[in-house]
Write a protein that binds this ligand. Structure first.
Ligand SMILES: [Fe+2]
Length: 344
């Protein structure tokens, strides 16, 4: 009986050992990324990671909410290792839904400033973007500009454009004001802005800048990197738009310009946690950060990497001093208030 047991143990051990050896001889690993980011730059960066590590990247692209719902529905069977969101508000919600897991990494801590990562390690910033006022210099002198709040003044009636309230960038902008000023003041601001709209909200961020050249409006609220991307566009009109408009960083004497981050978290049931950490570490390395900065014109999250010279030419600016998780905390409230004031 005892002999049989020993034989059985040896056989089991043999299977285990051969299993391990088989594993190391078959290093093909596939990381599955659920990403909201819609930029070609990301594919180039992932290709670099694949070449460097031999780990394949399977990219699944969709908007933030469908990706979050998908993770919820898939539960422990999800193939996803990482969730990447263009705007951190939704990523914070994914954390509160229990869809992410905390990780500790010295590289991530060294390359990402403290305010751009979750203090419990559930998400990490990848890039920064500022949501600014863009103006047509023939009709607006920058000395007339000051704050987001000032755009509600009647002097700006029929002169302001921005996209719809269904857009996550505007929802986070609104959420930041709820966090800074409280619900009532934020709602008043939204109502005042809507009253000054030059047209019903429509189009993407680029279309807001184009509306300035088309004479539809004089000022637009939009993200900085789209100006950079248009400056190198294959479309000559987009280049003209980028060369014509001026960039203004609002609220420099007060609460600072609204800044948001693209960020990533490792999923609760990630099949490849170690590779996922390695991938995150690569994304905040100087190599990847240089690509985010040069090809997509975002502000690097890694302080060792300089922004693109176009962004440097706009000058340094003071950013809102808010915990980024507050954008997620106030996201639903922001949508409700924008809806109530008729922001389409
Ligand atoms: Fe975008």
């Amino acid at each position: 009986m005892r002999k049989l047991l020993v034989v059985a143990l040896l056989i089991t051990l043999g299977i285990l050992l051969s299993g391990c050896r088989f594993g190391s001889e078959n290093p093909e690993q596939v990381l599955t990324i659920y990403s909201e980011r819609h930029y070609d730059t990301d594919r180039d960066i992932y290709a670099l990671f694949e070449a460097e590590t031999g780990i394949k990247v399977n990219l699944v692209r969709d908007s933030a909410d469908p990706l979050i719902t998908r993770l919820q529905n898939e539960g422990a069977d999800s193939p996803a290792d990482l969730l990447i969101i263009a705007d951190v508000g939704r990523l914070h919600r994914a954390k509160t839904f229990g869809l992410l897991q905390p990780v500790a990494s010295t590289v991530l801590h060294e390359n990402i400033p403290e305010n751009y990562r979750d203090d419990e390690g559930y998400w990490f910033g990848l890039t920064r973007r500022a949501r600014v006022i863009v103006y047509h210099p023939a009709r607006v002198n920058p000395s007339e500009l000051s704050t987001y709040e000032a755009l509600t003044d009647p002097v700006w009636a029929n002169r302001v454009v921005t996209r719809t309230s269904t857009n996550i960038y505007n929802q986070s902008l609104m959420a930041s004001f709820i966090a800074l000023w409280g619900e009532e003041a934020a709602k008043d601001w939204a109502a005042g802005l809507v009253a000054n709209f030059a047209r019903n909200p429509q189009g993407n961020d680029r279309d807001q800048a184009k509306a300035l050249l088309a004479g539809v409006a004089d000022v637009a609220i939009m993200n900085t990197y789209y100006i950079g991307r248009m400056s190198v566009s294959s479309d000559p009109y987009e280049q003209e738009v980028a060369q014509t408009v001026g960039i203004f960083f609002p609220n420099q004497a007060t609460t600072g310009t609204h800044v948001n981050i693209s960020a990533a978290g490792i999923t609760q049931h990630a099949p490849n946690k170690e590779a996922a950490i390695r991938f995150l570490e690569f994304l905040v390395s100087e190599t990847a950060q240089r690509l985010y900065a040069d090809a997509n014109f975002e502000y690097p999250i890694n302080p060792a990497v300089e922004p693109h010279e176009l962004l440097t030419s706009w000058g340094a600016f003071k950013a809102q001093d808010l915990p980024l998780s507050s954008l997620g905390v106030h996201a639903t409230q922001a949508m409700t208030l924008m809806d109530e004031v008729g922001w389409e």
